[in-house]
Every structure is written in C-alpha cells, then in structure tokens.
Design a protein around this ligand. Structure first.
Ligand code: CA
Length: 233
C-alpha cells in the first residue's frame, strides 16, 4: 500500500473543516487540521504535509500572509498550496497578486471540484503521490502491484524494502534520518533499533544494484539516506 498523502487544512470555519476532513479521509488522504496560522506553522514543523488547503480569511495571520511565509521558508517552499477564497471580493485580487499559491478555489465550491483540483496539483507537482506507476530514471515502481523494475528487469523486493523505496521516491533528493525512516515505515509506536534501517537499506541496494549499476540511494554521512536526485548520471 502506498503512503497516503498528508493534507493540512487551515480553516477556522468549523462546519467547513468537518466537511473537508470527512471528504479527504474518504478519498484516502491523511488529514491534519489547523484553525489559524500559528497552529499551521507548528503542525508543519512537526510533520511536513504533502499539500495545504489554506483559507484566505483567517484570524490574526491572513491566509495570504501565511502563504507568503511558507513560500519564503526552504522547508515549505515546494509544498503545494490551494487557497480557499470568498466569492467576489478576493478572486480578482488573488488573480492579480503573486500569492505563491498553486491554485485557488472560490467558496462555495463542490467537494468533487476541490478534490479534482487537489489531484491535479499533486499530479503536476508530486507525481509520485498521485500515480500508481512511478518512473524515476531507470526505475519503474508500480504501487498497485508492488512490482519494481530497473531498466525493464524485475527487482524482487520484500515489503519493507518496497516501502522504503516508495518513501524515498516520494521526495527525491530529500535526506531522511534513520529515525524519520523508522517512523514512516515501521510507525512511531513500535520500538525498532535504528540499525534495522541500515539492514533494510542494504537489502534494497543489493536488489536494485544486482547488475553493478549506479546506486540510486545516497548515504549522507551522520544524516541518513536520500534518493539520489541526480540519478541516473
Ligand atoms: Ca475562514
């Protein structure tokens, strides 16, 4: 099973929050909720979302201001943002402003429309989250069947190795510490020694590079592992 994309909803209208949460969870997203900009920043520092639904009208920091702040931080610069705006008053301004949002939708909107915009943004910006088959250099990963190929050759992987590869593939170039990989693959409520990660990365490499090809996984000394974003050279 592929990792479910994490959507952060930043909205202060309770009724809308409930509706959004219900619909996103039904569509197999994980959801985190913030009622204002400060809460959003705290949640983002805890766990980086794959996409943010951001209301323009928020108490204290406005959605627009938060959007600018997120765009100016290295960590959140590339996280897709869809802004929610009120009909009429903001639409024209948003169009004319460089908000940094990837898309916006005017209230009241249909859930079907919002969900299709979300899929479109994810497909464009983070193809690994939206598609079943992900091609990355010589690698082809089918998330529906869990089959992996390298240059057309079948790569047999155990379930843990598959999930490790899938996780790295969702964020090419990003370095994950052993602790972060443990949380993402094994879960936060299981105690597993960090060396276990090294063992499974070792198995994954052995399978992927069986023909002595370039290693797509980079070891970053004292930091962790990353999928080489220069791959293939
Ligand atoms: Ca609002």
């Amino acid at each position: 099973m592929a990792t479910k994309p994490l959507v952060l909803i930043v909205e202060d209208e309770e009724a809308l929050v409930t509706l959004l949460q219900y619909n996103f969870e039904k569509e197999n997203y994980r959801v985190s909720l913030a009622r204002n900009g400060q809460e959003a920043i705290l949640l983002i520092d805890e766990m980086l979302p794959d996409l943010i639904i951001l209301d323009w009208m928020l108490p204290e920091i406005s959605g627009l201001e938060l959007c600018r702040q997120l765009r100016s931080r290295t960590k959140t610069r590339n996280v897709p943002i869809i802004m929610l705006t009120a009909r009429g008053e903001e639409t024209d301004r948003i169009r004319g402003l460089d908000t940094g949002a990837d898309d916006y939708i005017t209230k009241p909107f249909s859930m079907t429309e919002l969900l299709s915009r979300v899929r479109a943004v994810l497909r464009r910006i983070r193809p690994a989250l939206a598609e079943d088959i992900v091609v990355y250099g010589e690698l082809e990963v089918d998330r529906a069947t869990h089959r992996v190929k390298r240059s057309g050759r079948d790569i047999p992987l155990g379930p843990t190795e598959f999930r490790l590869l899938d996780h790295l593939l969702q964020h090419p170039g990003r370095v994950f510490s052993r602790g972060q990989l443990l949380d993402a693959i094994w879960g936060t409520d299981v105690y597993v020694d960090e060396r276990t990660v090294d063992v499974h990365i070792g198995r994954l490499r052995k399978a992927l590079n069986a023909k002595g090809e370039h290693d797509p996984i980079r070891t970053v000394r004292s930091a962790g592992y990353a999928l080489d974003d220069q791959f293939p050279h």
